[in-house]
Each structure stands twice: as C-alpha cells, then as structure tokens.
Design a binder for this molecule. Structure first.
Ligand code: FES
Ligand SMILES: [Fe+2]
Length: 372
C-alpha cells in the first residue's frame, strides 16, 4: 500500500511499507500539518467524544462548555428540559461565548454582547435595529449532536451524527460486567495534563501494555501484565484491555504500591474511537474517563474526570489517585521521548509486535482509513 502525493493542498506523506506487515504509520504523520488538517476534518469534526459530567447540565437553565478536538462546544438544558449542544462560537465575529459551566437563562457573548437563548436562538443583538436587513433567525448557534451514557456526556460536532449507541456498541455492558455500579458513583475531580506529543503517540502508548514490565514496575506488581493473562480485544468501534490482579498484590506479599481490595476484580482500559478512553482500576467503585485533545501537531491535552463510589473512604480514593498519577507520569515521560525520536526522522517507519500491540495496529488502520 503506497499513497502517492496527490495534487490537493492536503497531500499526505507516502506510506512506504504496508501496515498489514506490521509497519507503523510513517514518523512524519506525527508532525505533518496536512495530516493534522485531515484529522481535524475527517476524524475530530465528525465523531462522538466524551464531553464532560452529565450532572453539569442536569437542571433546566444550565450549560457546560467543553472542547471536542479543535471545536469549542457548549451543551445546554433550556427550560423545556431538552439537552442540546452547539458550536460555542459566536455567529458575529467568532468569539468563544461560554466558559466553564453554570446556571443561567441565556448565553451572552463577552465581546459585543450578542445574547443567545439556551435553545440556540439569537435573542438580542445591540444596535441591530439600525440594520435594515438583519434577521436574527439566520444567526442561531450552530447545532451539534449530544447524548449521555450514565454519568457521561458525549458530543459529536456533526449535527446529523448517527446515534451514540452505535458508537458505544457493547461497551456499556462490558463496563457493567466489571462490577461497577453507576448508581453508586459520585463525581470526584477533573484534571488536565498538557503532553508534548502528537495525540496518536499518546493514544498508541495507552493502547499497549507491552511496555508495562519495563516502564511501569509498580503497576506490573498490581496487574498481571503477562501476555497470557492480560486480555486484548478489538471491537468495531472500541478496543479493550482487561488485566487481572496479581494474587501477591492482594496478599500484600510482592511490594505492590497499591492493594486493590474491593468489588472490582480486574483493571479495564477501554479506548473508544477516536479519542476517548475509559479506565477502571481494580478495588473500590471507581471509573475515570478522558478525552485527548490535539493541540497543533506536536501537543496534546489529556482531560480526565474521576468518579468514585460515594462510600469509598477518602484514603482509598487518595491511594487510587496516587497509583493513577504515578503510572500517568511514567506514560508522559515515554510519549515525549517517542515524539523526539519520531521528529528526528531517523526511523521512517517502526515495526510493531502484531500480537502484543494488536490494538495499535487496529488504531493505525482506523486513522489510515479515515484520512488516506
Ligand atoms: S463576537 Fe460575539 S458579540 Fe461580537
Ligand atoms: Fe503506560
């Protein structure tokens, strides 16, 4: 498979060796502006992604701002109780309108005070009476698609998107099978981590635990990361890693940094195309969900929200978060170094392990199919 440079303004660097033979995407695809532009248009503008906690818009008269890929989004619940999402960009001169989340009856753009109703219609425009042909009905906020899964909001910038359920597929039942009970959960906290690496580098690292024995010694004492125990699976719209707990970690006999006692027996790490990941740590009721936001070609912001069972003691919550933070920092160090290696241009295409890194192969195939 070779893509030749086409005559469009978005020519892609060629792929010399086929993905099917175990080759990676070309190193240049992790810094090339044309690749990033195609990803924006063909991936991030038209797919479902995690957008924030549903409780932020549970009340009529509430809104929550977020960002999906490169697109600012505002989610609202007007007095009619309907959940809606819009592009959070003013129809006047493109100022980003809403910040954070809260309760109010209208959204007012801070730049020149155009005011929108929570149903997206334009309510008030200063000095519009002086414009003979100005019709506010032509300047409603641009709609996007929104839906929920349990405590999670999801947004697709495409207003005509297929239902979220088609993207989630069997994922909700797999998550329910972990022992997790959404009813017991309480929102805990939000975190954002800027990472100096392309979004694909960050997600490819998420998608394999081949690096765990060498790079996460603490994690590997808690979770059995041996290839015959650590289960990998690829579904049409998501992929999963399910890892059992090591008995010696439960007994406290192997020096594991975290003792995973509780209702949840296995770790679950799910990747939902294109940039949402869902993590369940063994032990108490807990889940975290994140979206990965590309920031130019060489940077990514990882945005994570955490939920814990409302009865989980604070010291246990702190232990889970410390465990997560340690693994997360180890991962950031890895991906930043990979980006430097890719940017050196010395290894034009790498060679993956097609069994242990099958989730990366699937991811790269999806990226290729989406943009090539
Ligand atoms: S850009 Fe929003 S009111 Fe001018
Ligand atoms: Fe890792």
């Amino acid at each position: 498979m070779t893509i030749s440079a086409d005559s469009s303004t978005h020519a892609l660097p060629p792929l010399e060796h086929p993905l099917e033979d175990g080759w990676t995407l070309p190193a240049t695809w992790y810094s090339n502006a044309s690749v990033a532009e195609r990803e924006r248009e063909l991936i991030f503008s038209r797919s479902w992604q995690y957008a924030g906690p549903a409780e932020h818009v549970s009340e009529p008269g509430s809104f929550a701002s977020t960002q999906i890929g490169h697109i600012p989004i505002v989610i609202t619940r007007a007095r009619d109780g309907v959940l809606r999402a819009f592009v959070n960009v003013c129809r006047h001169r493109a100022y980003v309108i809403a910040r954070e989340h809260g309760c109010r009856e209208t959204l007012q753009c801070p730049y020149h005070a155009w005011t929108y109703n929570l149903d997206g219609s334009l309510k008030k425009v200063p000095r519009s009476e002086r414009e003979k042909d100005f019709d506010p009905d032509n300047f409603s906020l641009l709609p996007a698609s929104v839906d929920t899964w349990g405590p999670f909001l999801f947004v697709n910038p495409d207003p005509d998107a297929a239902p979220l359920q088609e993207t989630l597929g069997e994922l909700p039942s797999i998550v329910a099978g972990s022992g997790l009970d959404f009813e017991q959960l309480e929102f805990h906290s939000h975190g954002e981590w800027p990472i100096e690496a392309n979004w694909k580098v960050a997600l490819e690292n998420y998608l394999e635990c081949y690096h765990c024995p060498a790079a996460h010694p603490g994690f590997s004492k808690v979770i059995n990361v041996d290839p015959d125990a650590y289960a990998l699976s690829v579904s049409p719209t998501f992929s999963s890693q399910i890892g059992p707990v090591r008995a010696a970690a439960l007994n406290g006999t192997n020096g594991a940094p975290y003792v995973p006692t509780g209702e949840i027996a296995n770790s679950q790490y799910h990747y939902l195309w294109p940039a949402t990941t869902i993590n369940i740590v063994p032990g108490p009721q807990n889940i975290s969900i994140e979206r990965w936001i590309p920031d130019g070609t060489g940077k990514t912001v990882e945005v994570t929200d955490y939920w814990f069972g409302r009865d989980v003691p604070r010291e246990i919550v702190d232990e889970v978060l410390a465990f997560d933070k340690q693994v997360g920092q180890e991962d950031v160090d890895l991906v930043v170094t990979v980006q430097a290696g890719l940017d050196s241009g010395t290894v034009p295409q790498g060679r993956i392990m097609r069994e242990s890194e099958q989730l990366i192969a699937d991811f790269q195939r999806r990226v290729y199919d989406a943009i090539a």
